[in-house]
Design a protein around this ligand. Structure first.
Ligand code: 8YV
Length: 329
């Protein structure tokens, strides 16, 4: 770092973090906060990478090669607040010798809970029923009223069997779902055994056989539109799709077209291809549950993420390799 050996490094935090985390950040480092929590414009991001020793961005900051190319000599660490790292151009950071860290592990259980909430909500028409109850239009119970579909005994196809995929599988077993998965690599036999999970080397073949499909892979160039128009068409009409990972993993335009046409039973989405914009056609559909990217939004989770950011920065400042350094494949 260009700052003298004993000076505190300048840390720029792009969004408001829980108060305890900001307070600790202020104590430890020469920290600049974003008092009114507005998403940084590109110009503000460029100014931040020029002025900071350490940047703490979130998923709302697009750190593409154009921004990284303008980073000052002093920027040595990007300690991202979040697990997904698709908002940072890792080729560009590597070219500039900027270390990147994330916060893996601490939002696994919350994200898996939210996935289960969607898996229950869509086939059982939870949001639709809630809207009706509030509307004052409910005419009373009848045997054929608000019939959804049972999830017990159905086949759940998990795309991406990392930490979050496995946490979803554990919950799914409790709900009587048969767990199937596709992953770049087969998971350890002990985990497969514990989860009674069936591995499908071919994503195409798995998609064609599932009742429920949930996405838990990272967003990388290789997973962009992994659920392409061609693959979406392999999915049976009665199946539901869930996405709490990243919008770009699904060809959203085609997904919307199929939902409108009735070529899929429904969807539960927490993320979108052009976030925060949500395709207007989705808003009109009753068979989708739409959430505003809140899969990991618990106070406990945000505190744990903040702790991880602090540890990554402090370790780096102390001259060691930060524990959550992102190593590019
Ligand atoms: C976070 C997420 O809230 O960590 C991730 O990858 O998608 C979110 O749950 C967000 O990224 C914080 O930057």
């Amino acid at each position: 770092m260009s700052a003298s050996r004993h000076a505190k490094p300048r840390v720029i935090v792009t969004r408001r973090l829980p108060g305890e985390i900001e307070a600790r950040m202020m104590e430890l480092f020469d920290t600049r906060l974003n008092e009114n929590d507005h998403p940084f414009s590109k110009a503000e991001l460029i100014a931040a990478v020029q002025e900071a020793d350490i940047l703490v961005p979130t998923v709302t900051d697009r750190l593409g090669s154009d921004v990284i190319a303008q980073a000052g000599e002093r920027l040595k660490l990007i300690a991202s607040f979040g697990t997904g790292i698709d908002h940072v151009d890792l080729d560009a950071t590597r070219a500039r010798n900027i270390i990147v860290t994330n916060t893996p592990g601490v939002l696994t259980e919350d994200t898996a809970d939210m996935t289960m909430a969607l898996i229950l909500a869509v086939p059982r028409r939870l949001a639709e029923g809630e809207r009706l109850a509030r509307s004052g239009q409910w005419k009373g119970w009848s045997p054929t009223f608000m019939l959804g579909h049972r999830i017990y005994g159905k086949r759940l196809g998990i795309i991406g069997m990392g930490r979050i995929g496995q946490a979803v599988a554990r919950r799914a077993r409790g709900f009587g779902l048969a767990v199937h998965y596709h992953n770049r690599e087969r998971v350890h036999p002990d985990i497969e055994g514990e989860l009674e999970a069936t591995y499908w080397p071919s994503l195409d073949q798995m998609l064609a056989r599932m009742d429920l499909i949930t996405i838990h892979c990272p967003s990388t160039p290789a997973t962009y539109h992994l659920l392409s128009a061609r693959r979406l068409k392999l999915i049976p009409k009665h199946a539901y799709i869930f996405n709490v990972a990243r919008g770009g993993v699904i060809d959203e335009a085609e997904l919307v077209r199929m939902l409108v046409a009735g070529d899929l039973a429904g969807a539960g989405l927490d993320v979108y291809e052009h976030e925060p914009a949500i395709n207007q056609k989705l808003l009109k559909l009753d068979n989708v549950v739409l959430l505003p990217h809140m899969g990991s939004a618990t106070l406990e989770g945000r505190l744990d993420m903040g702790e991880k950011v602090l540890i990554n920065i402090q370790t780096f400042v102390d001259g060691h390799a930060p524990p959550d350094r992102v190593i590019q494949d």
